[in-house]
Design a protein around this ligand. Structure first.
Ligand code: ADP
Length: 389
């Protein structure tokens, strides 16, 4: 079955056509700067050269039309469309086949993720209108965390407030954590029961996965919570928000921008939000860069133990996403902080670069440590196959 996976943002639209049964990716790309001057499509076929197609993309509808033109040109059938949805809110414990009601719900919960959900709902609607014979499935990033125990998702705020405003821990990266669990199961032949899944990219979150179920995660009502990220501050005293407003004179929007776009590794290092640049600077002796990397690892190790408490123990840690898959330095720093409890990695194994799932723990490690390249698109396509069957 060939599935077109679409990941729409407010000004971008990523796409990938893949065969669910073999995992083969026929084509993928990104429509960038939609509605902004200088729009283009970066397109790649079967792992070949990346092409840059300069096209006018005034809106998402035009972008979807271009994507289908490109896909038609491949001469391959498309059997269904999977849409990544950032926020499923209080409606979706799993992926869902799109109908009018589903689409209305995606819009209803959009105030929780306004930059993403509205664009995603629009794109689903456009696909239904332009290609009515194809089934559409939405895959919410929050769905995996929907059934966490109440002690994990509930906030200790007044009940009438949290109930009327639907405030709870929704989490994110659920599709990735679900894929990571699946890959770990395959790799360990089902030996893993209590996994701490570490999705460490420019956005980063951890998930406690017990026998396939998310029981705790580090992101909260929004993806701002938890770990230190590229430009997001992660957890801090909530009173900081009103202190910044009362004493600092910042507006709500300025605090929002500061915490989401000007904080995290970028603020700590004063160099970049990209950990490659920070690692390079730290290697040359830059002290702020060193502090940034140390704090990232410290917070990660702390929260790994928070995930462990949710499961009363853990047997496996899996590192994934941009930093988790590629940075041996970040993995080594995090695991060194857990050394007191017997986590040990094999430095030679940690240094290996590969696209495969691999184990990097030392033979005497108390916990197995794996590196798992995530594949959210394949997970989305698998859901499409299941839901449209
Ligand atoms: P997202 O999908 O959240 O934008 P990714 O999972 O692609 O993020 O991760 C991007 C981040 O991964 C980059 O910002 C960079 O910090 C990090 N990264 C990628 N490659 C390396 C590397 N070789 N060493 C260290 N960090 C890396």
């Amino acid at each position: 079955m060939n599935v077109l996976v679409i990941n729409a943002g407010s000004s971008s639209l990523k796409y990938q056509l893949l065969d669910v049964d073999t995992g083969e990716v026929f084509a993928k790309g990104n429509c960038e700067r939609i509605g902004i001057d200088g729009s283009f499509i970066g397109h790649q076929e079967r792992g070949g050269e990346k092409e840059r197609l300069v096209v006018d993309l005034p809106d998402h509808k035009t972008a979807v039309k271009h994507v289908f033109e490109i896909i038609d040109g491949l001469g391959l059938p498309v059997d269904g469309i999977g849409h990544r949805v950032v926020q499923g809110g209080w409606y979706f414990p799993e992926s869902a086949v799109v109908d009018d009601e589903v689409l209305a719900k995606v819009r209803e919960v959009a105030p929780l993720a306004p930059l993403h959900n509205y664009a995603e709902a629009d794109v689903v609607e456009i696909c239904r209108e332009l290609y009515p014979s194809l089934g559409n499935v939405i895959v919410p990033d929050t769905a995996f965390h929907y059934n966490m125990p109440e002690r994990a998702w509930r906030y200790a705020l007044p009940r009438d407030v949290v109930d009327s405003l639907h405030i709870r821990k929704y989490g994110a990266h659920g599709t990735s954590h679900r894929f990571i669990w699946r890959a770990v199961q395959e790799f360990t032949d089902g030996a893993c029961h209590k996994l701490v899944s570490c999705h460490l990219g420019s956005g980063a979150s951890l998930c406690a996965v017990e026998d396939g179920h998310s029981v705790e995660t580090t992101m909260g009502l929004t993806p701002l919570d938890g770990l230190i990220m590229g430009t997001r501050c992660g957890t801090l005293d909530p009173a900081t928000v009103f202190y910044l407003q009362r004493e600092g004179g910042y507006t709500v929007d300025e605090v929002d921008t500061m915490m989401n776009k000007q904080s995290g590794l970028l603020a700590l290092s004063g160099i970049s939000s990209d950990s490659r640049d920070i690692e390079e600077a730290a290697a040359k002796g830059d002290e702020k860069a060193e502090v940034a990397l140390d704090m990232f690892a410290y917070r990660s190790a702390q929260l790994i133990l928070e995930m462990a408490e949710a499961m009363e123990g853990f047997d496996t840690i899996a590192f994934s996403a941009g930093i988790g898959e590629n940075s041996d330095d970040a993995r080594a720093r995090i695991c060194a902080k857990l050394g007191w409890m017997g986590v040990r990695i094999d430095d030679a194994k940690n240094a290996v670069r590969s696209d495969e799932v691999r184990e990097i723990s030392a033979a005497d490690s108390a916990i197995r440590v794996l590196v798992v390249p995530t594949n959210e698109e394949l997970m989305i396509a698998l859901d499409v196959q299941e839901k449209l069957a």
